[in-house]
Design a protein around this ligand. Structure first.
Ligand code: GAL
Length: 414
């Protein structure tokens, strides 16, 4: 009798569990080595809550392809449960009336107390949480292969003069100076880093947050564009169209000395078993040691009718912001936790430096949103600016002055 009761009880539990095992379809673009490892941690933690992860991965750095796929699904009335949506785009999706409220989870888990104000504001639509943040990526990094720099007796450059001298010396020694991926989002990633380094924080803010016409057409912008284009002779002939992680592999494998990229690149070095400070160096890009371009990944949830699916969404949201997930995920992803006062003891020096600089730059006002990663402006404006930057990079006949004028026109796109 006793045994039967236990068996029946267990059977009932299995049925209850099966009914609640929500399938959570998650759209993301984390398909490179380091990214996939980090995403794998999310899947594991969600499944530990009894939910089922349905992978909707769309390859392509910075998520341009993923966003196109998302639009198609939403327009056809069949949105995924969750999608990687960031920055001002959260408001754009909010305007469409398709996002679900995460207020209950946020209240239960105390998000208002554990997240920085700037992050809370981005995650809310009309006062309600509709997205959950996972990390802070720093974009203005230079990744360096120290072995190759040693061959020309150079240290990691901290100014643009040093950078170009080192690049020249490497080239003369037959070493590929820069690993570059010629894709619009990567062009703009490097361009915004040069803009911060050459123009400074106020210039960056006026140009890419205020979209100030005078600044976009200014002599400083011309100088920024000239400096950006000066990098091109130090890239290789096969750069066009190259994925960012393949460019990172060139630095990892000693095929190129340096790469400008956000710290998702660190995820690639780590996944390849490389040690920071020894096998590779992370340094703030020239002229940007006292500034920080931030890029925050987050997931928004879509309104769904199915109750089990809603449970799955809430489990996902709660997992994303939990301290356990933020630690394990960011150790793999190259970013740092977005939670205030997160324990950084397990992080390497690049992570610790990022956390320290984030806090310092937040205080001094030199924390700026990355426009190349959807943090600063409407997506249509960003697309128009991407186009000009890439046209200028690819067209050797376009002058910096002409490109600056085109940037100013592009900034009017809404
Ligand atoms: C960024 C994203 C990062 C990283 C990178 C390359 O926009 O925030 O998480 O994945 O693209 O795909």
């Amino acid at each position: 009798m006793q045994t039967l009761r236990i068996t029946l009880c267990a059977a009932a539990m299995t049925v209850a569990f099966a009914a609640n095992a929500a399938e959570v379809e998650v759209l993301h673009w984390w398909t490179s080595g380091g990214e996939a490892k980090a995403a794998g941690e999310l899947k594991k933690m969600l499944e530990a809550k009894g939910d089922k992860w349905k992978d909707f991965a769309v390859a392509g750095g910075a998520g341009e392809n993923a966003m196109t796929a998302l639009k198609t699904r939403v327009v056809s009335g069949n949105p995924p449960a969750a999608a990687q949506i960031k920055g001002p785009a959260i408001q754009e999706w909010g305007d469409e009336g398709v996002l679900a409220s995460l207020d209950d989870v946020a209240k239960a888990d105390g998000w208002d107390k554990v997240l920085p104000k700037v992050v809370i504001d981005t995650m809310k639509y009309k006062g309600h949480y509709v997205a959950a943040p996972v990390n802070v990526h720093r974009v203005n990094w230079l990744w360096v292969n120290p072995e190759l720099l040693k061959k020309v007796n150079a240290k990691a450059p901290t100014t643009w003069d040093e950078f170009f001298k080192t690049a020249e010396a490497l080239q003369k020694a037959g070493i590929q100076p820069v690993a570059y991926g010629g894709q619009p989002w990567q062009d703009s990633t490097v361009f915004e880093t040069v803009a911060l380094g050459v123009g400074g924080v106020d210039f960056y803010k006026k140009a890419f947050i205020n979209l100030d016409q005078g600044t976009l057409k200014s002599a400083t912008m011309v100088k920024v564009l000239e400096t950006y284009k000066k990098i091109k002779p130090y890239t290789d002939k096969n750069a066009a169209g190259r994925e960012w992680n393949l460019a990172t592999s060139m630095v990892i494998n000693g095929k190129a000395a340096m790469q400008f990229m956000g710290d998702w690149a660190k995820g690639e070095f780590l996944a390849a078993g490389k040690v920071p400070g020894k096998d590779f160096l992370c340094v703030a890009a020239p002229g940007t040691a006292n500034a920080y371009t931030f890029n925050i990944d987050s997931f928004a949830m879509f309104k769904l009718a199915n109750k089990d699916a809603v449970k799955g969404q809430n489990d996902l949201a709660s997992t994303l912001v939990s301290p356990q997930f933020q630690e394990i995920f960011n150790l793999n992803k190259g970013s740092i936790p977005v939670r205030l006062g997160a324990d950084m003891s397990k992080f390497d020096d690049c992570g610790k430096q990022s956390a320290k600089d984030f806090a310092a730059d937040n205080k001094s006002g030199s924390l700026v949103p990355s426009f190349a990663h959807g943090m600063a402006m409407h997506s249509a404006t960003q697309g128009a600016i991407y186009d000009v930057v890439s046209q200028y990079w690819n067209d050797d006949n376009m002058t910096a002055k002409a490109a600056a004028d085109k940037l100013a026109t592009a900034a009017k796109t809404k």
